[in-house]
Write a protein that binds this ligand. Structure first.
Ligand code: GDG
Length: 732
């Protein structure tokens, strides 16, 4: 059976009549799904509009909606003020659109945002069933994916952001940026309109959370989160239906008559400050001033759907636009003709289609826009037989749509002169060029309309492996049971555990990475078990290991397998007393030089290795320098008995005669091990994973992302789950 699909957006596609009757409407997302030809049962979850207090009988509305597979999340007036008007629209919206100076911050709004996200989670979890797919939409619900992860249910969670994702430099302005990122990383798939937004998101993860990612995925919390750039399409089928209506010809004729033979330049947008309407009017003013011969020929129609009326900032914007329109008409109008018509209301879809079809030019000039569907709708509705000639799109390069619609005339909406010139150029553009430009774009957007967009997102979500397969942590329990079973039957067991990034999460300062209070007793209890030997195999120096993990009955291996402390004997010994370290001086000097040139980096000297640390450097600069160093060191090391490796935020040059693998090989034999288990997170641990022990079974576990020779993969919490389960099993 097909999995159920729960669509979750702040606003439900419903209308509630004055008498409380609730009806489903085909909003943007709902119609996208209609075109997606999905067989999945669909359920909607979201806010039905209005404040909860306004409804006489919310329960009755809820019941009615439930019958239509719709689950309302009612919001009180206080929640609408704090969550919706406050945090979502006055903090996140301006930040995501790069309008930092408009953003307002309030702890109360943030608290309300958290509470409403939890409210959404509660409603979803009250109806969710094992195997459901949950598709969450937009910036109102950044925290929801993580909140859904708390359950044991096997849910597949997708998140799509409809706004831009701004640069990390802007996003980090948000006081709660880390919580927002962690929230959204609870999803299995995170989608953006463009590859630029995806790039910004990845660099924000790196700079705010210190998390590295691949172009299409990130390893987080023991799971792989897929990242994708999937530009939304417009509702092609909806517009096609309008244009096939019997009365469509009449609608077109009516509007044609209104135009009175003038050439139509159309704009359609919600009246929002991101849409750049005042800037557009300044450019129109400039165009009319520079090209007086056009004043009586063209008519600029601005359809501005009212948005967030009653909010001061938006009311001011409306007044500003009305004043500018009045000023232009006063200056350039004539008896019987006003060059700019400002229509501050919504139009039925068929009228919109007719106006798109009749336009010679569409002026889409937002200051920032996630995608902008108007640009695509205009191109799709264009018919030469209606307008008489192919139309031209002028498109802001700061709209997401610009990445796809490269045949539009692209402009910087802040550059008045450029926009004014583009209007003149478009009006004068020969038909042949117009045709070439529009046809190329039409082909693409009619194929990639909202239906296929939704369909492919849902297909991706369907492919997310079931939880038990994807959460490697869950594999750790059966593994512990298997090893315990062997132990019970008399096998001698050896555990080889790396420390940083394996037993302990990475932290900014290595000296802060001390064991949490639960780890030492857990290791001690394992170390005290007969026929079970525990080795901590780390790159750390003896002093650190002894200070934090000494006295627990463990075998400590320091400096990547150079020395070891057999607690029984009480003294650190060398695995190989004849290691050649004459090369150190030359390498150290080279690395010291790199440290001088790269702020936030330093050199650490060990007995058998020299290490350059760049954990505190600017992440991208540090990485770039590390790659350069690797090249240099590899050629320097060609004739030296060393190996160069790029680890987590380090470049390390170490003696060829020393490795974790060699140390583990030694200890396995020393302990007469029958069953061995090794876990580690970086390149040096791979020398353990590639061992093929003689006569012992070997379980190898890679912690985190990256290519590996290990058989299993998990994260630090998975390692802990393994150790706890093993301890539990052994004590039975
Ligand atoms: C957000 C992102 C992203 C407008 N006037 C009328 C009317 N509309 C319809 C248009 C279009 C829609 O409204 C506006 O969509 P946009 O994409 O332009 O912008 P936002 O509302 O800001 O949407 C945006 C979008 O989400 C999708 O991901 O593209 O970047 O900000 O469909 O046709 N429809 C009717 N009458 C009108 O007068 N019927």
């Amino acid at each position: 059976m097909k999995k159920r699909l729960l669509m979750v957006s702040n606003r439900l596609p419903v209308k509630i009549a004055a008498d409380g009757t609730a009806t489903r409407t085909a909003g943007g997302l709902a119609s996208a799904l209609e075109g997606a030809e999905l067989e999945n049962e669909q359920i909607w979850v979201g806010w039905p509009g209005g404040a909860e207090e306004e409804f006489d009988d919310p329960e009755a509305i809820c019941k009615q909606l439930n019958e239509q597979n719709t689950w309302p999340v009612f919001l009180s007036q206080a929640e609408l003020d704090g969550f919706y008007e406050g945090y979502a629209n006055s903090t996140l919206w301006p930040i995501l659109h790069y309008m930092v100076e408009r953003a307002k911050f309030s702890q109360e709004w943030w608290d309300s945002y958290k509470a409403v996200n939890q409210k959404f989670a509660d409603v979803i979890l009250s109806i969710a069933q094992d195997g459901d797919m949950i598709w969450i939409h937009d910036y109102h619900l950044f925290l929801l994916p993580e909140l859904l992860r708390g359950t044991n249910m096997n849910l597949r969670v997708g998140f799509f952001l409809h706004t831009p994702f701004c640069s990390s430099e802007v996003f980090r302005v948000l006081p709660h940026r880390a919580e927002l990122l962690r929230g959204v990383l609870g999803a299995d798939i995170i989608g953006f309109h463009t590859s630029s937004y995806l790039r910004h998101f990845r660099s924000t993860l790196l700079r705010v959370l210190g998390k590295e990612s691949e172009m299409d995925s990130i390893w987080y919390g023991g799971r792989e989160v897929r990242l994708l750039a999937a530009p939304i399409g417009h509702n092609h089928l909806g517009f096609q239906k309008c244009m096939e209506r019997e009365d469509f010809g009449e609608i077109v004729a009516e509007h044609r008559e209104e135009l009175n033979g003038k050439r139509l330049v159309l704009s359609v947008e919600r009246l929002d400050y991101t849409k750049g309407v005042p800037q557009k009017l300044t450019a129109i003013h400039r165009f009319l001033k520079d090209n007086p011969e056009w004043c009586d020929e063209v008519i600029f129609v601005l359809i501005s759907v009212p948005s967030r009326q009653g909010v001061e900032e938006y009311d001011q914007l409306t007044e500003e636009v009305q004043r500018a329109v009045g000023a232009i008409n006063g200056e350039f109008g004539s008896v019987g003709h006003s060059p700019v018509q400002f229509l501050h209301r919504g139009f039925p879809p068929a009228d919109l289609a007719a106006l798109y079809a009749l336009s010679e030019l569409c002026l889409v000039t937002p200051l920032r826009d996630g995608m902008n569907l108007v640009a695509k709708e205009f191109l799709d509705c264009q018919r030469e037989e209606i307008a008489g000639r192919p139309g031209v799109l002028i498109l802001s390069e700061l709209a997401g749509a610009a990445e796809e619609l490269s045949n539009a005339i692209q402009v910087n909406p802040h550059n008045t002169e450029e926009v004014a010139d583009a209007i003149a150029r478009a009006l004068e553009m020969p038909d042949e060029e117009r045709k070439f430009r529009i046809e190329a774009m039409q082909r693409r957007l009619r194929l990639r309309h909202s239906g296929p967009w939704a369909q492919s997102f849902v297909e991706d979500l369907e492919k997310v492996p079931a939880r038990e397969q994807r959460v490697a942590v869950f594999e750790m329990v059966p593994l512990a049971k298997e090893i315990a079973e062997r132990w019970r039957k008399g096998a001698t067991v050896g555990l080889f555990l790396d420390y940083d990034g394996t037993l302990r999460e990475f932290v900014d300062k290595p000296e802060d990475a001390i064991p949490d209070s639960e780890l030492p007793p857990l290791l001690k209890s394992l170390g005290d078990t007969e026929r079970l030997n525990v080795g901590i195999v780390s790159g750390r120096p003896p002093s650190f290991l002894e200070k934090h993990l000494g006295g627990l009955g463990l075998t400590l291996v320091g400096e990547h397998g150079y020395r070891w402390l057999n607690e029984g004997k009480g003294e650190w010994e060398l695995f190989n007393p004849h290691v050649d370290t004459e090369w150190r001086e030359q390498i150290r000097e080279h690395l010291e030089q790199a440290a001088l040139l790269t702020p936030g980096t330093h050199v650490e000297e060990k007995q058998s290795a020299v290490v350059w640390h760049y954990r505190k450097a600017e992440p991208e600069f540090g990485l770039w320098r590390a790659r350069g160093l690797l090249d240099e060191l590899t050629s320097m090391a060609a004739n030296l008995p060393v190996t160069v490796h790029h680890g987590k935020k380090i470049v390390e040059v170490s003696s060829l005669q020393v490795s974790k693998g060699a140390a583990v090989d030694h200890l396995m034999k020393y302990w007469h091990t029958d069953v061995a288990f090794a876990a580690g997170d970086d390149q040096t641990d791979e020398t353990m994973f590639s061992l093929v022990p003689d006569g012992a079974d070997f379980y190898t576990v890679k912690v985190g992302a990256g290519t590996t020779r290990a058989k299993y993969r998990t994260d630090t919490s998975g390692v802990r789950v393994f150790l706890e389960s093993l301890q539990h099993e052994l004590s039975l």
